[in-house]
Design a protein around this ligand. Sequence first.
Ligand SMILES: [Zn+2]
Ligand SMILES: [Zn+2]
Length: 273
Amino acid sequence: MVVAGEATQRTALPADSHTHSQWSWDATRGSMEGSCVRAVELGLPAIAFTEHLDHTVRIRRSGFPAAPPAFDVSGYFESIERCRERFPGLRILTGLEIGEPHWHTEAVAKILATGGFDRVLGSLHNLPDGAGPAEPPSLYQRRGPALVVRDYLAELVRLIEGSDTFAVLAHIDYPLRYWPADALPYDVDAFEDEFRYALRTLAGTDRALEVNTRLPMPEQIVRWWREEGGTAVTFGSDAHVPSALARGFREAAAMVEAVGFRPGRQPYDFWMR
Ligand SMILES: [Zn+2]
Ligand SMILES: [Zn+2]
């Protein structure tokens, strides 16, 4: 009975639709094979390797520019094939996490034209800033924390309206990860209007919202998503190492279900209202 119970609980885990391996420039300890081993251990039904596709040259905290290295498309697909052969019971999806797709239309189109990406995420990591685009940790040094979140959500609307290359909006709560430790704790409700506006814009384009579990996502955001017309949800750990796969998924799945979304027919389908 214990075994059966375990099995039932195991199959309840959603697919991890946002993970990185050694094919992402910032996943120096990533491993596609290692993540597959871990996914099988966890009983995950499916995993998507959504590697970074970045073109934004950002200005580091040090003031120096940092250009992201190119994505090795053929190396990535060879690695996917090897893993599919080695782990036939695991559904392995290809994917990309495209940074600021609305700023790099041509470069992004060129990669997407090579085809074969199952899960494409749209991400905002950088905001326009004085010397050039910068990430929230830098921005928080120069703008009040509430302003960083508001500016982020405003740029996110431009990203959603400016690019149709992606099917899932990743980590809408990204700036909250870096909320300054020395500021008062954030209150998500203080940004309700801005979140709702971004969510409504996304719902109008018929795309999915990712529940990113790097931070436990505030329940309000998923509720606002539903109320603003959102129909689909995915789950993403944003793991850059195998051990971080599916972290927080049980709690996140319970929260999303309580808000009113249900698993799809296949384990790799979006959860739907
Ligand atoms: Zn990201
Ligand atoms: Zn990511």
